[in-house]
Design a protein around this ligand. Structure first.
Ligand SMILES: [Zn+2]
Length: 324
C-alpha cells in the first residue's frame, strides 16, 4: 500500500505559501515545520521517488494530490492552485485523472531563493525557492540582488538603475526580442571580462566585484555572481542590440561603416571616447554583428546592387520593420 492511499488530516503546524513558491519548496517547509522528512510528506501526496536533485525543480500535482496537500497544510485548494506556479505546468504525459499523482519537471529559469529579507519579514527562517516569471533579478523593496546569489545593493545605484531599465526593456515594445538580446549582451560582457578586452571595463568590474564580495572574473556564462557584476553594461548593450535603428544600420551598411555601430556600443557601456577604438579581432561583438549581417545578406546585396544607391548615399534603407 502507498502512503498516498491513506487518509490525511491537518498537520499540527502549518506554513503559508509565498507567491511564486515552488511546490517542492512549500512541501519541504511544511515537512520541516512538523519535523517529518520531506520525502515522507511527498509520498503522502502521491506515489513518487523524491531524490536530492528535486530542490532545483518544481512539481505539478493532480487535483487529488493538491486536495491532500490542502488538507495537510490547512489551506484552501483553489488558493494553493493559484499561488503555486507548478500547477500551471502541463506535463508531456498527462497525470491520471481521479487519483493522486505528481510529476517533477525542470524549469527555466531555475528556481531561485526568495529575498531573505522579504522572507524574514514574514517570520520565515527556512529557505523559500520561487520561480520568477518576469525575469526579475532584484528585490526592489530591499534593494537586493536575488538571482542566484543575494547581495545588498544599497551602495550599488548603477545596478538598481540598470534593473529599472532592464524591466522597461522586457516590458516595452521590444519585449519579444529583449530576453534573447539580454542573454547575448551578457555573453558579450562576460567574454570581455575574462579576456580583459577593455581595460576600462576590467578596472570598473574589479572595483564593483570587490564591493559585492564576488570573485571575478569568472570564466563561463553560468555564474550568477559574474552576471551581477557585469549587469549594468549588459543592460546598456542589450538596449543597443535591440534598437531597430542600430539593427538596420548593422544589417545594411557597408563593412567600413560598421565603425559607427561599434563606437556607439562602446560608448553605451561607458568606454570613454579616447579609448573607443575599433573592436579587436575576436571581439564577441563583431560575431554578433556578423550574424545579423548574414541574416540580412540578400537584402543588403540587393540594395547596394542598385547603382543609384551606390552613388546617392541618401537613398533610404528598407523600412525599419524588417529589422525591429
Ligand atoms: Zn526583499
Amino acid at each position: 500500500m502507498n502512503l498516498s492511499d491513506l487518509p490525511v488530516r491537518r498537520l499540527p503546524l502549518t506554513v503559508r505559501p509565498l507567491a511564486e513558491e515552488t511546490v517542492i519548496s512549500f512541501v519541504t517547509r511544511l515537512a520541516s515545520a512538523n519535523e517529518i522528512p520531506a520525502a515522507t510528506l511527498f509520498r503522502h501526496l502521491a506515489p513518487c521517488h523524491p531524490g536530492r536533485r528535486i530542490i532545483d525543480m518544481d512539481a505539478v500535482l493532480s487535483l487529488e494530490s493538491l486536495e491532500r496537500l490542502a488538507v495537510l497544510s490547512g489551506r484552501d485548494t483553489d488558493a494553493l492552485a493559484r499561488t503555486l506556479p507548478g500547477q500551471d505546468h502541463t506535463p508531456h504525459t498527462p497525470l491520471e485523472l481521479g487519483r493522486p499523482g505528481l510529476r517533477w519537471f525542470r524549469t527555466h529559469p531555475r528556481p531561485q531563493l526568495a529575498c531573505l529579507l522579504c522572507t524574514s519579514r514574514r517570520g520565515i527562517s527556512d529557505a523559500v525557492r520561487v520561480r520568477v516569471k518576469d525575469g526579475r533579478r532584484v528585490c526592489r523593496v530591499h534593494r537586493r540582488w536575488t538571482d542566484g546569489l543575494q547581495r545588498d545593493l544599497a551602495k550599488m545605484p548603477e545596478i538598481i538603475d540598470a534593473h529599472a531599465r532592464y524591466r522597461a526593456l522586457l516590458d516595452g515594445p521590444r519585449r519579444l526580442r529583449a530576453p534573447t538580446m539580454v542573454w547575448k549582451a551578457q555573453c558579450i560582457a562576460l567574454n570581455w571580462s575574462w579576456e580583459r578586452m577593455h581595460p576600462v571595463l576590467s578596472e570598473r568590474w574589479a572595483v564593483r566585484a570587490r564591493k559585492l564580495n564576488i570573485a571575478f572574473p569568472y570564466r563561463g556564462y553560468d555564474s550568477p555572481a559574474a552576471q551581477c557584476v557585469v549587469f549594468p553594461e549588459t543592460v546598456a548593450l542589450a538596449e543597443t542590440l535591440c534598437h531597430p535603428d542600430w539593427r538596420r544600420h548593422v544589417a545594411m551598411v557597408r563593412d567600413a561603416d560598421l565603425e559607427h555601430f561599434y563606437r556607439y556600443a562602446f560608448q553605451a557601456v561607458g568606454i570613454p571616447k579616447a579609448s573607443n577604438r575599433s573592436p579587436v579581432q575576436g571581439d564577441p561583438i563583431t560575431f554578433w554583428a556578423g550574424n545579423l549581417r548574414a541574416e540580412h545578406a540578400k537584402r543588403r546585396f540587393d540594395f547596394w546592387r542598385d547603382p543609384l544607391a551606390a552613388v546617392l548615399t541618401r537613398t533610404p534603407f528598407p523600412n525599419i520593420r524588417h529589422f525591429a
